[in-house]
Design a protein around this ligand. Structure first.
Ligand code: ATP
Length: 680
C-alpha cells in the first residue's frame, strides 16, 4: 500500500516538474524503491490509527480476497483514458518455466551449483548432528552433577571431547555457510547475466512483427526486473530449500533413532502439509502471474507518460495521466496484497500444523520420560531436533513463496527468450562490392502486416529502380510507400512475389550485409543515441576512423555546425538527440548513413519535417550524397520529387503511373492532381 502511494507521489512530482533532471530523479527513485520500501517497513511498526486499521482489514478476508481478485473492479472512475485497456486483456498469456529451460541455464555453471549444494548439504548435516552433540553434552553434565553429589567433587574430563566436537561443528558450520552462500551468489549472478544476454540477443534478432505487437516497457521489464527477481528467488530457493529439506529428512532420521513411535506420528502429518501446499501453490501461482503483469502495465503507463512528457504537457494531460497511473497501481496493489495475504495464510497454516506437531511430540515425549524410556540428554536432543524440524518446515513455506515469485519471473523471461526468429534471417550470399550494380526490382509483390492480416497494403506491386538512378515514390498517405522501404530492408517478407537486387532474390542475400553495408536508410525522424556526435556518425560503420567520420559529416553538410560547438565532434547530443535542432539531427543521420558508403540510399521523407532553411541545407547535403548511387526517395515536396530520374505514383498497393516529372505533368492525371494538392 505504502509502496503504491510512493509510486503515485513520485510520478506526480515528475509530471509537475518541468526539468529533465526531475525525470532523471524519478528514474533513480523508481530503481531504488526496494531499499525505500525496506525502510518504510519500519513505518508499519508505528501505532496505527483507526482509518489505517480499517484499511488493513482488507487483508483479513484472505480467502475472499483471493477468490474475489479475478472479479475485482478497482478504481472504476469516470474520464480515465482507456489507453492501456488492450494490455489488460492482451497480457494474460500463461508462461511456463520447464525443467529443461532451467537445466539449460544451470548447465554452463554446474560446477558452482554442485559445490554450493555439497556445502549446503554438509551444513544441513551439521545442523542435524549438533543437537545430538548437545544431548551428549547434557548427558555428560548430568554425569558430572551425579558424581559431584556422590563424592563432593567431579572431573570435567567427560565433557571436554564433546565440547571440542561442538566447537569444531560450529566452526565448520560457519565456514560451510560462507562457502555455499558465496558459491550460490556466483551461480546466481552468472545465470542472471546469461539469461539477460540470451533474452537481449533474442530480442535484437526477432522479427519486426514481434515489436509491432509488444511494448518496449514490457520487454525492458522482463529484461531487468524479472531477471533480477528470478536470480534472487533462485538463490534463496536453492540455499534455503536444500538446507531445510536436508534438515527435515536428517532430523526425522535422528528422531527415529531417539523414538520411532513419535517419528511415525510426525511423518503422518507431512503428506497433509504437502497436499495443502500444492493446492495453495496452484492458486498463488496464477495470482503471482497476474500481479506481475499488472505491475508491468502500471510501469508502461508511467514510462510512456515520462518519455512523452512534452506531449503530456502540451495537452494538459498531467491529471489524466496521474489518474490512469493511480488506477493501474491500485490494481497492482490489490493483486499484490492478495498474493501477500495468500502467502501469509499458507505460512500461518503451516506454522499452526508444525506447532501442533511440536506440542504433540513433546506431549508424547513426556510420556516416554515418565516411563523411563528417555534420558535427560535424549530429551534435550529430542527438543532441539523437533525444533529444528519445526523451523525448517516454517522456513520451507517461506521459501515456497519466494520460489513461486521466481518461477513466475523466470517463466516470463524464458517465454520471450525462447521465441525463434525466422529461419530466413540466417546466412545468405553477399554480392562482391565490384560486381554490385544496385538495380532493385519489385515483382508482383503482395503484402499485409502480420499484426493486421486483413488489411492488404501492397497488391501485386511491380517497380524497377535502375542502378545509379534516383526513383521517387509519391502517392497519398497510407498507400504503402514506407512499407516498400521496410520490405527492401527485409524488416518483413512479402506474402507473394519477390524483390530482387541485381537479379538476386533478397531472401537469398545475407541480411547483415544488406543492411550493414549495402543500404543506407535516412528516415523522416532520425533517432540519435545519447552519446557524442562522432559516435553517432560512427554507428553507421563501427570501424570508421576519425577522418572518415569527418569526411561523412562534410558530405552531409554537417561539419561546419559541428565545428561551431565548443566540443566539436565530442558534443553530447542528449537523449534521442534532443539537444540538436531537427535539421542538425537530420544531417548527422545523413552522415551516419554515408559513413558506410552504401551503394543504395533510401530517403524516407528525409526533409519533410524541416523548415525551409534546414531543408535547403539538408537537400544540398543529399544532392551530394546521391551522386553515383541507386536512390529510392519517398517525398511529398515538389523540389525533391521533380529532380528524380523517374517518379512512381503508388495507389491501391500498386504503381499506377510512372515517368519523369515533365512526362507525368503532361498527362495531367493522378500525379498532376497529387502535386497540385500537396504543394499548393
Ligand atoms: N507496423 C504496422 N503494422 C500494421 N499496419 C501498418 C504498420 N505500418 C503501417 N501500417 C499500415 O500500412 C499501410 C501503409 O502504411 P505506410 O506507412 O507504408 O504508408 P505511406 O504510404 O508511407 O504513408 P505516409 O505517406 O503517410 O507516410 C497503412 O494503412 C498503415 O496503417
Amino acid at each position: 500500500m505504502i509502496f503504491s502511494r510512493c509510486h503515485i507521489r513520485v510520478f506526480k512530482f515528475a509530471l509537475n516538474k518541468p526539468s529533465t533532471n526531475s525525470l532523471v530523479f524519478v528514474a533513480k527513485r523508481f530503481s531504488t524503491f526496494t531499499p525505500i520500501v525496506n525502510s518504510l517497513r519500519t513505518y508499519l511498526k508505528r501505532p496505527l490509527d483507526v482509518g489505517k486499521v480499517l484499511k488493513s482489514l482488507r487483508l483479513s478476508g484472505l480467502a475472499l480476497s483471493i477468490s474475489a481478485v479475478p472479479f475485482a473492479r478497482v478504481g472504476e472512475c469516470k474520464n480515465i483514458s482507456r489507453r492501456v485497456d488492450h494490455l489488460i486483456h492482451g497480457d494474460n498469456r500463461e508462461a511456463h518455466l520447464s525443467l529443461r529451460d532451467l537445466a539449460s541455464l544451470i548447465a554452463p555453471h554446474a560446477f558452482w551449483l554442485v559445490v554450493a549444494v555439497i556445502a549446503a548439504f554438509m551444513t544441513a548435516l551439521l545442523n542435524i548432528q549438533i543437537p545430538l552433540y548437545l544431548g551428549e553434552l547434557i548427558d555428560a553434565m548430568a554425569e558430572i552433577v551425579k558424581e559431584h553429589s556422590q563424592v563432593g567433587r567431579a572431573s570435567l574430563a567427560p565433557i571436554s571431547p564433546v565440547v571440542v566436537k561442538l566447537v569444531a561443528s560450529y566452526a565448520a558450520q560457519a565456514g560451510l555457510t560462507f562457502l555455499y552462500i558465496t558459491f550460490l551468489s556466483i551461480l546466481g549472478e552468472r545465470m542472471a547475466g546469461d539469461l539477460r544476454l540470451r533474452l537481449f540477443h533474442r530480442l535484437l534478432h526477432l522479427d519486426m512483427s514481434f515489436f509491432d505487437a509488444e511494448k518496449t516497457t514490457e520487454l525492458s521489464s522482463r529484461l531487468n526486473v524479472d531477471v533480477q527477481e528470478f536470480k534472487s528467488s533462485f538463490k534463496i530457493t536453492i540455499s534455503q530449500g536444500l538446507r531445510t529439506l536436508t534438515q527435515v529428512v536428517g532430523c526425522m532420521w535422528s528422531l527415529c533413532r531417539i523414538s520411532p513411535r513419535m517419528t511415525l506420528f510426525t511423518m503422518a502429518i507431512i503428506p497433509m502439509v504437502i497436499t495443502i501446499g500444492a493446492f495453495c501453490g496452484l492458486l498463488l501461482r496464477s495470482l503471482s502471474r497476474r500481479a506481475q503483469c499488472q505491475s508491468t502495465i502500471a510501469s508502461t503507463v508511467s514510462d510512456e507518460a515520462l518519455s512523452n512528457i512534452r506531449t503530456v504537457r502540451a495537452f494538459a494531460m498531467e491529471q489524466q495521466e496521474l489518474r490512469l497511473f493511480s488506477r493501474e497501481v491500485e490494481k497492482a496493489t490489490v493483486l499484490h496484497e492478495a498474493l501477500g495475504a495468500g502467502v501469509g495464510l499458507f505460512q500461518g497454516g503451516t506454522n499452526l500444523l508444525l506447532n501442533g506437531i511440536v506440542v504433540s511430540v513433546l506431549y508424547g515425549g513426556s510420556g516416554l520420560i515418565a516411563a523411563g524410556e528417555l534420558s535427560a540428554g535424549d530429551l534435550m536432543s529430542f527438543l532441539v531436533t523437533a525444533q529444528t524440524i519445526q523451523k525448517s518446515l516454517a522456513q520451507l513455506s517461506i521459501t515456497f513463496g519466494t520460489a513461486l515469485k521466481g518461477y513466475t519471473a523466470g517463466a516470463r523471461v524464458i517465454q520471450f527468450a525462447n521465441i525463434a526468429p525466422s529461419e530466413s534471417y540466417k546466412g545468405g550470399i553477399k554480392i562482391p562490392y565490384h560486381s554490385l550494380w544496385g538495380e532493385i526490382c519489385f515483382e508482383g509483390v503482395h503484402f499485409t502486416y502480420p499484426s493486421r492480416p486483413e488489411h492488404t497494403v501492397l497488391n501485386g506491386l511491380n517497380l524497377r529502380i535502375p542502378a545509379g538512378q534516383v526513383v521517387a515514390l509519391c502517392g497519398p498517405s497510407g498507400e504503402g510507400k514506407s512499407t516498400m522501404v521496410s520490405l527492401l530492408e527485409r524488416f518483413y517478407e512479402p506474402n507473394a512475389g519477390r524483390i530482387t537486387l541485381d537479379g538476386k532474390d533478397l531472401t537469398s542475400l545475407d541480411v547483415q550485409w544488406l543492411r550493414g553495408q549495402t543500404i543506407g536508410l535516412i528516415s523522416q525522424e532520425p533517432v540519435l543515441f545519447a552519446t557524442s556526435i562522432a559516435e553517432n556518425i560512427r554507428y553507421g560503420a563501427p570501424g570508421a576512423s576519425d577522418e572518415e567520420v569527418e569526411r561523412a559529416a562534410k558530405l552531409a553538410n554537417a561539419d561546419s555546425f559541428i565545428q561551431s560547438f565548443p566540443n566539436g565532434y565530442n558534443t553530447i547530443v542528449g537523449e534521442r538527440g534532443a539537444q540538436l535542432s531537427g535539421g542538425q539531427r537530420q544531417r548527422i543521420a545523413i552522415a551516419r548513413a554515408l559513413v558506410k558508403d552504401p551503394p543504395i540510399l533510401i530517403l524516407d521523407e528525409a526533409t519533410s519535417a524541416l523548415d525551409t532553411e534546414s531543408e535547403r541545407l539538408v537537400k544540398s547535403a543529399l544532392d551530394t550524397a546521391m551522386k553515383g548511387r541507386t536512390v529510392l526517395v519517398i517525398a511529398h515536396r515538389l523540389s525533391t520529387i521533380q529532380s528524380a530520374n523517374k517518379i512512381c505514383v503508388i495507389r491501391g498497393g500498386k504503381v499506377v503511373e510512372e515517368g519523369t516529372h515533365e512526362e507525368l505533368m503532361k498527362k495531367k492525371t493522378a500525379y498532376a492532381t497529387l502535386i497540385a494538392s500537396t504543394n499548393s
